[in-house]
Structure formats: structure tokens, C-alpha cells
Design a protein around this ligand. Sequence first.
Ligand code: ATP
Length: 876
Amino acid sequence: MMQHYLQTKEEYPDCILFYRLGDFYEMFFEDAKIVSRELELTLTGKSCGQEERAPMCGVPFHAYESYMNRLVAKGYKVAICEQMEDPKQAKGMVRREVIRVVTPGTNINEQALDEGKNNYIMCIVSLSDQFGVATADVTTGDFFVTEVDSKRRLLDEIYKFSPTEVVCNEALFMSGLDIDDLKNRVGIVLYSLEHWYFDDSLCENTLKEHFRVNSLEGLGLADLECGMIASGSLLKYLYETQKNSLEQISAIHPYTTGKFMVLDSSTRRNLELVETLREKAKRGSLLWVLDKTKTAMGARMLRSFVEQPLIEKEEIEGRLDAIEELMQRAIDREELREYLNPVYDLERLLTRITYQSANPRDLTAFKSSIGMIPHIRGILLELQSKEIQGICEDMDTLEDLYTLIDAAIEEEPPITVREGGIIKDGYHEEIDRLREAKSQGKNWLAELEAKEREKTGIKNLKIKFNKVFGYYLEVTNSFKDLVPDYYTRKQTLTNAERYITPELKEMEDMILGAEDKLVQLEYELFRELREQIAKNVVRIQKTAKALAKIDVFASLALISEQNHYCRPSLNQNGRIDIKNGRHPVVEKMINNDMFIANDTYLDNQKNRISVITGPNMAGKSTYMRQTALIVLMAQIGCFVPAETADIGIVDRIFTRVGASDDLASGQSTFMVEMTEVANILRNATGNSLLILDEIGRGTSTFDGLSIAWAVVEHISNPKLLGAKTLFATHYHELTELEGKLDNVNNYCIAVKEKGDDIVFLRKIVKGGADKSYGIQVAKLAGVPDSVIERAKEIAEELGRHDIVDFTEILSNKKNSATKKKKEHLDEVDLTQMSLFDAVNDNDIIEELKEIDVGNLTPIEALNKLYELQNKIKNRW
Ligand SMILES: Nc1ncnc2c1ncn2[C@@H]1O[C@H](COP(=O)(O)OP(=O)(O)OP(=O)(O)O)[C@@H](O)[C@H]1O
């Protein structure tokens, strides 16, 4: 055994080998140490003919999946080495072979599927300034391919699919892509495959063979050299790991980038699209509000809708039409949802069917699901919108498969395939005959029992069965003397004796023979049926997608109706005009009626940037996120939480929200903030929407304000960027920008003073806030009165020393500022002075003005800041 284990391990050196031994999977040597460490299992030893015992660890067969999933989630690959009976060898002899390699991107995680999560694996091929990107989901059979010509677009694709595993060629490591950042921040497992995977003729042949085509043209890959290599090598990798026919991957979908809105990973997180920032829970996310789907397929599709909003107006309008129709036809919609309710995850069932692991119950679940399709289709036929008609065309009723399963499989078959009871009476002649023989046999036994009792006079004689002797006659000790000579004794018990007779053994051969044959035949018929269904992969997959889509539309129609959403109008001229918009999630978390609706107006002329001020807790973040979510929802093709919404389609949404420490990657809060700002300034376009919350908060007031100021200047300039932006800040100095830059406007979230306290009105109004009310908010939060009083004193004191106006500095009114400063210098305690107060040197100011933040890397920006800071310090 150990020799075979070592040989197998040699073939799979980068995998943890789960080696099946009876009711356990066992791991040895290094694998055992890793498993014991990662899963906190006991490490034992097994003698292996050498002096030292081999380190060993084991997990029970019935629960191995959860252990395996935990290892795979940590980035390990697991090779499952299974034991099988070998028909060529004597009964009971087993052989072991690796039946599948489970990797992070190919793991079929049933729980994640139920939660509507796809598990993508991606292959990236870097080839002379081009990247080929192929992405697949082994469970659903989705397979996409594209080519991109820049690192930025490559990152967009990675963010879009968020694959759990990326395989690539060596050249990717030389392409300048920040691999460590991808691993740490995006959380993917990434490694290169051996170079032979990327051999173009091997890739071409793999694709042609798999999709059964003669040329690449038929696959739409003729002009995508890089894409062809990426998809061919991905397919090859899947064959190597899955060791299966991969019938579920029935089509390849080449696409061009730019079809979807780009959302980077921090924006997805910040907007809490599919899970909340802190708890990582679905509850509290946008998906939580939108998801009323009935099927797991629908839940997965809705998730991909949320993660990939569209940018083509026509496509978005198509979805909106469908949703509007389903809102108007509420009775039809609810009937549809009733029929969708019992539909199982056809994509998952199909993968089990093609992997030949589906059991008889899976087939009955499949049958009952497709049994709903004619009803669903019947309703859809009555509807008019183009999208729904398209769904109807793709939806095959699969009646032939229904009839097939219905005729063959029992209504409530067993889960196992080896115990019979699967095939219905009347489906197969031989099955009927064997069943007849079996039940006849049972009658014969009853007759024999009666006859023997009569003949021998043993009144309590019984015919019984066990696995060791088969059928036998049991006689209790009190009748032992009556046992005739032709009985052969097999066993003596305390109270009874067991016998056989030639006649009984003859019957036994007949009965057990029939039973064995029956089980075998039932199994074969079941397999045939399963294979027959597997041949219909393309039809079933298309239908599954159609069911998922109608499920999504019905869900979106329902929530739009329940939450009083409006249909957004779409424009291409960049105007975002929302009247009485609401935050879809916050309004659900608090009582709907309590939410104060607000307007948003942004355009490409005089209203590019809104600088939003207001006290803490006023609702700035909520307001900005609600605008981003409304735009995003509109581009998903969903109705939006507003009275009216006219949405200029945006190509990207970027957010920089709050402070998120990234201690794991060894970066400080400010470093993370600046990295994100750099990313936004480099990657946003004039058609993007930016949500910037308190940029510069993570550093000293002076540095922070300088950065914030420069960032607004950069964004507002259409020649440099010109993106529509909501910019929340506590730096009141930034409101000065309204007069200086013609496309910047001030807004604030209103509060009302009530004696010493404040009341949040949550209403956005034109103009800047004059006070920050930080101390009042601290009071509301329960900070002790003594601290509050002292804070007020300090604030007053500081107010008196507020002697240099930053905006004056930037407006070059330096002389007056310096004069003012000199006048006050005697009063000022230098230790209390901020760097902000200290600026009065022309050259430093000039240097500050020259900083082109957009073109600095975060490190360069930081260095520049330190340099300036030191200069100022040295002079004072
Ligand atoms: N329009 C609104 N209607 C009702 N409640 C709201 C509204 N906007 C915000 N809130 C409530 O106020 C709370 C604080 O809002 P938010 O976090 O947006 O404030 P903020 O101004 O960004 O605060 P800070 O500056 O401290 O980050 C939210 O959690 C929400 O419960």
C-alpha cells in the first residue's frame, strides 16, 4: 500500500493526497503534517517498514468534503485517490486511483452554490502586450473568453469575475502586474502552469476536440490568438484535474470588454453589493434587498447582474421592459414564481449527471423540475417584451426527457444505486421477469417452510436468512430430536440449531441469483438513462439559463413593486438627475417611512463635482452611496429607489470610502487610502462616477487638506479627468473651491441647532456647512460632560489661533497671511501650532502648487509630503 501511495504522490507532488483506505481518507508524511496543522487534527503514525513510523492523519469518508473544502479554501489542491473494486481481480480486491484533483477554482462547493455564488477559475496568457483571458465555472459549465491590451483592462476582468484561482503562463510574472497585490487584496490563488499547456497547436486541438468542431472559426476564436491559447490551456488544465469528459462545458462565449461597467474590488466592497463590509454577510447588502429569487440558478444569475452592470443602453432598456411588464402583470408573475418554487438547481444536477455521480433521487428531482417548464413557458408565451420572448425561445420544455425518466424511475427511489428499487415495473421485460422470480422465490420459501413443518412435526421451524449462510432452517432445542437425516447442521446456538437442505440451497441460488441480477440490471439501466440525459447538455443548460433569467426578472419586478421603485430613464449625455432618491438598503434597515429622500444633480458642465459638508452622522456617506447604488441599479436594468431618475450611463464607478486598515498586507491606513486614490485618478475616465469620502483624513490636517484640494482640482479639470464626483469632507476650506472652479458646487446636509444639541434633518441643501458640530456629536455619543466641556474650551482657544487661511495661501494672498501671522506670532505657543499654520514661505507654497498628484505613485506622494514637512519644520 505504502509503495502505491508514494508512487501516486510522485504523480501529484503539488497536491495533498486524500488516500482512501476503507472508511477513511488518510494522508501521510508532509501531507499529514499540513492537514493536521491546518485542520487541527491529531497527527499519528503508521509503520511503513522503516524504522520511523510515517506521520499520518485521517478524515472519515462520510465527512471528508467539509475537511477538503476547508483545505481548498486555504488555497491547497487535493487529489482524491479512491478505492474501487477491480472486476479483473478476485472479489474484494481493490485498486486505487486518483479520480479528481480539487483546486480552489474547480471545487464544487454545494453550500456556495445554494447561496448563489459562482466559483470561477481563470487562465491568463500574457503574449507580447496582449492578455488572453479565459474564465470557466466547472459546475455551471459557463466558459468565457476575451483579449485585453492593457494591465488596467486585465485587472478589470479579474475584478469582474473575482476568480478564486488563476493559472497563467510565466510571462505574466514579467508583465509588471502587481502579483502580490492581487494575491493579498483580491484573495486569489495564482500560479503558473508548465509551458507545454500553452502550446498553440495543443490548445487548438483540445478546443476542436472538446467542442467537436473542425475549425476555430466556428467557436469565434479565429482572430483571438491569445484568447484561443488561454481557453485551450484552461480546458486542458480542467481535463487534467477533473479527469472527466467536461460535457457540461458545452459552449464557449467570446466577448469584448467594455460590455460591462467596471467596478474594482474596493468599490464592490464599499458599496456592499453582495455582502456587508464588516460582517461579510448577505443581509445588509444590495443583493439582500434585490434577491427574491426562487431558484439557486436565479440567485447566481442575479448576483452576476449585480456584479456586472451593463453599459449598453439598448440592453438595459430591454431588461427594464421585461421588469415593467412583470410589474404590470402581477398575477402572471406570482404564478410564475409558484412554478419556479419547486425547480431544483438544474445546472448543479446536470454536472452531477455528466460526472456520473447523480443518484436516482437526483433524477427524480430533475424530472419534477423540468415538469414545471411547460407551465412556465405557457405563461411567458402570453407576455410581449423582447427579453421575455427571447427567454421563451431558449426554454426547451424537455418533455422527452421528462417522459423518459417518468417511465423508468420509481417515484421515490433510493439514494443508492446498488440496492435496486430504482426502475419502475413495466419499463424493462427482464427486470419484470427477475422481480417475478424473486417474489416467486419468497412464495416457494413459505411453501417449503410449511411442508417441512408438516413432514417433521417441528411446529416452530422457520426459514431465515443471513449474509454468512444465506437461507437456513432454524430449529429450537426443544424440537432438536425431530430433525431428519437429510438436514445438514451449519451452526449451533444456545437455544437453537441451524440447518440447510439441498432443496433449500437450490431455491437460494435461484432467489439470490435473481436478486443479484436484478440489482445489476437496474444499475445498468439507470446508468444508461443518466448517460442519455447527459447527451442533452446543451438543451438543458440553455433552458436552465432561461429559467434563471425569468426568475431574476420576476424577483426584480417584485421588489420594485414592494419598495415603490421607479423606472429610470437613461441618457448618454452624462446627466444624473435623481429626484427624491433613497438608499435601497438603509431604508430597509430603518423603518421605510423614516428615511429622508434626497435629490442629486450632476452633469458634464457646471455640475461635475459636489463638495458635501456636514457634521458627522449627518448622512453624507449614506447620500453618496445611495447615488452610486441608484446609478448601478439603473445599469443592472432594475427599477430604482427614487421618485424619478434620469441616469447618464457611466463606464465605471469608483469609491474611496472610510478608513480600511490593511494590516495583513503591511500597509498603513493612509497608505491604503492613497493607493486607492492613485488607482482612481489613474483609471477613472470622464464618463465615470466617483464617490470620495473624506480623502486625506488619514494624515495631518495640513497634508490631508492639501491632497484633498489637489484631488478636486485634478478631477474637475476635463482635460485631466472631468469625472462626475461626490466629494464628502470635513475640511470646510474646500468649500472655497466653489467660487474658484466653475464646475464645483457646495452642498451640505442640514442640521438644526437646539440649544446645546443638534437635530439631524438628513436633507441635502445647497451651500457649505459653516460648523462641524463634532463636539455635539461626541455629546450625543455619550462622551462624559467633563470631556465635552474641556473640548469646548480647547476649540475656542484654537479658534483664536486660526490665523492663516489655507485658501488664502492657495490663492497667493500670501503676503497678507504672512503679515497677519507675524502680528500674532508673539501670542502663539509654537508647540500648539500645526504645520498648516506654519506655511509662509513662497517657495514651499510654489512647490505645493506644482505637485501633480495624479501622476505620483503613493510612495512618491508620501515622500514628497515628508520632504515638504521637513522643510517647513526646519525653518521653524
Ligand atoms: N436620508 C436619511 N434618512 C434617514 N436616516 C439617515 C439618512 N441618511 C443617513 N441616515 C442615518 O444616519 C446614519 C449616519 O449616516 P452616515 O454614516 O451617512 O453619516 P456621515 O455624515 O457620513 O457620518 P461621518 O461623517 O461620521 O462618517 C446612518 O447610519 C443612517 O442610519
